[in-house]
Design a protein around this ligand. Structure first.
Ligand SMILES: Cc1ncc(COP(=O)(O)O)c(C=O)c1O
Length: 375
């Protein structure tokens, strides 16, 4: 059987990882400024994480959501404390798209409405309503194109207010920082005004923190820079450092009923053990602070480079916009300098490294990046 060929691949097989480094099948070492697309939060194969997964696998990998799984409550307690959302409720699933799907479903149940507001360049995943709320017609199939979603320009509060005033919007969904859209940060005052307009018109505010959350921005959630509290927050990617998991943080104003949401694999024992280990490491190694400090250093250094058109970001979520398309630059960084990076659109290099990146490793990246720019 052949693989369904949907991914353009680099001719590299990564077989091993350690902290911020990965190694290919020939033993070549790569500095990882991409984190496998913002997934690796606590570094590759962190010993505490590996041990936790090993121990849990030896005991129990999975049992269904029809019996008590105290690991789920342990995770909820830890996550509530570290994120500042102790009073919220937690629903566990397996991916980011699923998190958004459930968040939107909950908003619709809660309000009895079906219209959603999303923003230009938004990316929310590839399933049913998550993909309909994604501003990329190429990945919305006819069956997903149901006219539920209105796209508005980011940071345009007048446009948002006018739509919300129609009184039929169940949810506004917005990324803490747009990732796929090119590291675009919603203005703090825009988020604050959006919060109050949603309150005014009875609309649920959903913050998609799947890429920008879990410490990446230098606060636990990127929206915390604006000092707002959304009704629902979605997370995935870094939550279990590569073990597939997603979560929905739900305000106390939403009352659950049996059967309202559900999943087979979501919140399974192995995933919870991985996610608890991730938060242990966050605490022990103060990774949110590290992301802020190392991110500040990178942003300051990159903004000195004359070849760069613009540098945007917060913490370790950084976009480097160049005058010209970056495809060749990214390939040279990987093949010649052995550095993994991501891209957004045509002209932006995206940095999404593990949150354990040190200042020395950041400087090493800067050296290799300059090598590419200057030769
Ligand atoms: C902001 C955002 N939302 C949702 C998703 C979808 O997550 P997943 O691929 O785990 O379904 C992504 C993935 O890149 C994302 O960046």
């Amino acid at each position: 059987m052949k693989l369904f060929d949907v991914y353009p691949l680099f001719d590299i097989e990564i077989v091993r990882g350690n902290g911020c480094y990965t190694y290919d099948s020939h033993g070549t070492e790569y500095l990882d400024l991409y984190g496998g697309h913002a997934v690796i939060s606590v570094g590759h194969s962190h010993p505490h994480y590996v041990q936790a997964i090993k121990e849990q696998a030896e005991k129990l990998v999975f049992y269904s959501n029809s019996v008590i799984n105290s690991l789920q409550q342990r995770l909820a307690d830890k996550l509530g404390k570290i994120s500042g959302y102790d009073d919220y409720q937690l629903f566990l699933i397996n991916s980011g798209a699923e998190a958004n799907e459930n968040a939107l479903k909950l908003a619709s149940f809660h309000t009895g409405r079906s219209r959603v507001i999303s923003f230009s360049k938004a990316f929310h995943g590839r399933t049913s309503l998550a993909v309909e709320a994604t501003d990329n017609p190429r990945i919305i199939s006819p069956v997903n194109n149901n006219g539920n979603v209105t796209f508005l320009p980011l940071n345009d509060i007048d446009a948002a207010s006018a739509e919300l005033a129609k009184g039929d919007v169940c949810a506004v969904i917005i990324e803490g920082i747009q990732g796929v859209g090119g590291i675009k940060i919603p203005n703090d005052d825009f988020l604050q005004q959006l919060r109050s307009e949603c309150d005014k018109y009875g609309t649920v505010l959903i913050l998609d923190e799947i890429q920008s959350g879990y410490g990446r921005s230098g606060k636990f959630f990127a929206h915390q820079w604006a000092g707002i509290r959304p009704d629902i927050i979605t997370v995935a990617k870094g939550i279990a450092n590569g073990f597939p998991m997603g979560a929905v943080l739900i305000s106390p104003k939403f009352a659950p009923t049996y059967g309202m949401l559900g999943t087979t694999f979501g919140g399974n024992h192995l995933a919870c053990a991985a996610a608890i280990a991730v938060l242990d490491i966050f605490e022990q190694e103060k990774l949110v602070d590290n992301a802020r400090q190392v991110g500040q250093h990178l942003l300051a250094e990159l903004s000195q480079m004359p070849q760069i058109k613009e540098v945007r970001g917060r913490g370790l979520m950084i976009g480097i916009e160049m005058e010209n398309p970056v495809k060749e630059l990214r390939t040279r960084l990987l093949m010649e300098q052995h550095v993994f990076t991501g891209v957004s659109g045509t002209n932006v290099i995206r940095l999404l490294p593990p949150l354990v990146l040190t200042i020395e490793q950041a400087d090493e990246f800067l050296r290799r990046f300059k090598n590419c720019l200057n030769n």
